[in-house]
Ligand binder design. Sequence first.
Ligand code: HEM
Ligand code: HEM
Length: 176
Amino acid sequence: MKIINSNNEYGLLAKLFHWVTFIVLIAQIPFGFYLVGLEFSDERIELENIHIIIGISVLYLTIFRLIWKFLNPNPTSSANAFKGQIFIAKANHFLLYISILLITSSGVLKKLYMGEELNFFLFKFGFKETNFKLADTFYQIHIYSNYLLISLIVLHIVAVIVHHIIFKDKILKKIT
Ligand code: HEM
Ligand code: HEM
């Protein structure tokens, strides 16, 4: 299997990016909802730190994934069952990337405006001044972009099932 994409299939690296992100997000989203329900304690702080480390890793992963995407050919769409289908697929993919970037950057900005220093692995960074109003705004963005991501994932999976059952075009083969 080739590392780079071909015109009709994703390469090894794009596949890895896709499935690693899937596995991490499927754990990280419920983890976030679980976290907010916890009482304030040392355990909660520890879990929040894990949530942040995973979140910042997803941010890096998505940036590398997008760089890789633009260096590679895009596999062509196998089916064109109805008008606008390719546009809908592209819009879904574009918004999936946007929502992941929004979630991760809003989480980071919430913490930074709270006056906390974050470990970005290669360096540590913190703002000099706090702004609790902006911290709250970014937290609202964090919550709503999670709802957006969940809806887009559902749509994405329903589309794959429809492709298999109705269009019978085995779209999954492109990315597995
Ligand atoms: C967290 C969940 C998921 C996210 C965020 C996600 C995201 C994405 C993105 C962004 C792309 C476009 C890749 C590109 O060209 O840049 C893509 C493609 C694809 N995904 Fe997912 N995905 C998820 C889960 C799944 C699952 C569970 C399946 C299978 C049931 C799946 C099947 C596919 C297929 C078949 C493609 C290729 C579509 C095409 O080229 O037309 N994905 N995914
Ligand atoms: C893709 C990555 C991420 C996902 C899917 C995610 C998801 C979530 C979800 C679903 C919640 C619960 C929201 C609610 O209902 O109130 C949450 C809370 C939270 N997230 Fe994230 N998050 C991610 C990345 C990050 C990052 C990068 C940071 C910070 C650097 C962060 C910081 C937080 C904090 C601090 C909370 C809890 C806030 C509180 O209760 O005070 N998250 N996250």
